[in-house]
Design a protein around this ligand. Structure first.
Ligand code: BG6
Length: 474
């Protein structure tokens, strides 16, 4: 594909996502020579701007990446801008393509022209954008790929409507639904880690594993995003997508092969075997002062900003092992990890009572930390070093930052490269999305209908007061 042209169109180019993630990621790919030499990037949005004004708008966000100024300048020379009245403005798209993309594609020696549309816009305009892309934007010589971002609906019904709208214009191979957690290093490593080390497979199941806790915590609140957040809440924002995706990769059976569909088939099997959630399965919290955010209009909101959910996966591998997914805003730290707690070792006959207690109370665990500093560590029981024969804890740690030639690109950069290379394995397929909403929808409707009050917790704390007791009920 180096000998093919690439035209990228970022729809919603002046928005937050485009300037924080899409453009910096495209810049990174350009810097690494991972964009074809003949590439062009058009920004499309509603505000009227010249190409030069748009480049000036992007500049501070690109500078923040720390990329060399000459490279930034070269990159910006490939960036153009076009505005339209709406995101479905037919004549504006036709002009952008007819006067921008087509002459560029024809000016090169390449005979294959590929097009990538990145919809950095809210889902309620996916439909209208889809129609104009379908009528004016499809490449006739190469591929056309359309990248979309969550939220993919608020529940099963709205997700179905969205999938229907998209399927009217595109086939599944055109669509790349981003869940950026699938682009994080530890998540990308999951299959290799699990299936290329033979010793894991015999113990990666309910014989040895007692529980799996997947945690997401952020030390800040809605930060001016209250208008969006209050309509969705933490379950739709983090658990139903990011944490569930991590859980399916952790729990899935080995895929038949490395193809994108085989990987997604294996993930879907996990989702099909997950129990549908209800209010009894969860603990909800809301941080003090949440509704003081001026962008939240309903001051009596019962929107959860913290949730812990007990999931059950009824496959032979996992029956009886609780999977706890928990996420919270305005908590005591920024962290996301998977904690795997192993069953206590069976004591051997000559073991002293005190050692036995130690093992029972401190079973071995493995932590896979996605962020802030990706690492994998094992906390194990060992003999206290020296003359003592009493047990103690030891750690085996693998830190990414200690690795030579470390490169830890942003999740969006990796995923955009996958789009360009046509690798769909780290993107969410339509059936996966449906099953994930099926699991969460009854719970979400219960929260909305019963107006259940989340438990309060202090901003910057570790969550509602009874969180530990709830967790201990596992
Ligand atoms: C987004 C959520 O999907 O993920 C945000 O909408 C959240 O609320 C963000 O802050 C977290 O992403 P990351 O990569 O910073 O952990």
């Amino acid at each position: 594909w180096y000998q093919q042209t690439l035209s990228v169109v970022v729809v919603g180019a002046s928005g937050d996502l485009a300037k924080r993630k899409t453009y910096p990621s495209l810049l990174k790919l350009f810097e690494e020579n991972l964009l074809p030499t003949d590439s062009i990037i058009y920004g499309y949005a509603r505000s009227c701007k010249s190409h030069e004004e748009f480049r000036r708008h992007l500049l501070p966000h690109l500078k923040k990446t720390g990329t060399n100024e000459i490279i930034v300048k070269d990159f910006l020379s490939k960036c153009y801008y076009h505005s339209g009245k709406t995101y479905g403005d037919k004549s504006a798209y036709a002009d952008m393509i007819g006067d921008g993309l087509v002459p560029f594609e024809e000016s090169t020696k390449n005979t294959v022209s590929n097009r990538l549309f990145y919809l950095a816009v809210p889902p309620d305009v996916f439909g209208e954008s889809g129609v104009v892309i379908k009528t004016h934007g499809m490449s006739t010589t190469g591929w056309t790929r359309v990248v979309i971002e969550k939220p993919f609906g608020r529940d099963l019904e709205s997700c179905d409507a969205l999938l229907q709208t998209l399927s009217e214009n595109f086939e599944e191979h055109h669509l790349y639904r981003i869940d950026h957690y699938l682009g994080k290093e530890i998540v990308q490593n999951m299959l290799m880690f699990r299936f290329s080390n033979s010793f894991w497979e015999p113990i990666w199941n309910s014989d040895t594993i007692e529980s799996v806790v997947i945690t997401f915590k952020e030390p800040f609140g809605t930060d001016g995003r209250g208008g969006y957040f209050d309509k969705y809440g933490i379950i739709r924002d983090i658990l139903q997508n990011h944490l569930l995706q991590v859980a399916t990769l952790f729990a899935m059976e080995p895929p038949k092969n490395e193809d994108a569909d085989a990987i997604r088939d294996a993930k879907v099997e996990v989702l099909k075997n997950m129990e549908i959630l209800s209010l009894q399965d969860c603990l909800l919290g809301q941080y003090d002062g949440y509704s003081d955010d001026p962008t939240i209009t309903n001051k009596d909101t019962n929107c959860p900003t913290y949730a812990a959910i007990r999931c059950k996966i009824n496959t032979p591998r996992w029956t009886g092992v609780p999977f706890i997914l928990q996420a919270g805003k305005a908590m005591d730290e920024k962290v996301c990890d998977i904690q795997v707690r192993f069953k206590p070792a069976k004591s051997f006959p000559s073991m002293r009572r005190s050692s036995k207690n130690f093992f029972e109370n401190a079973p071995a665990e493995m932590v896979m930390r996605l962020q802030p500093d990706p690492c994998i560590f094992l906390n194990l029981n060992i003999k206290s070093p020296g003359l003592s024969t009493m047990p103690t804890r030891g750690n085996m740690v693998m830190r990414y930052e200690d690795m030579p030639n470390l490169s830890n690109p942003d999740a969006y950069t990796r995923l955009l490269l996958d789009v360009i290379r046509g690798k769909q394995g780290s993107f969410v397929r339509d059936d996966e999305l449906r099953f994930s909403w099926q699991i969460f929808t009854p719970l979400l409707h219960d929260i909305d209908d019963t107006k259940v009050r989340p438990l309060p917790y202090r901003y910057g704390s570790s969550g509602p007061a009874n969180r530990e007791a709830w967790m201990a009920e596992m």
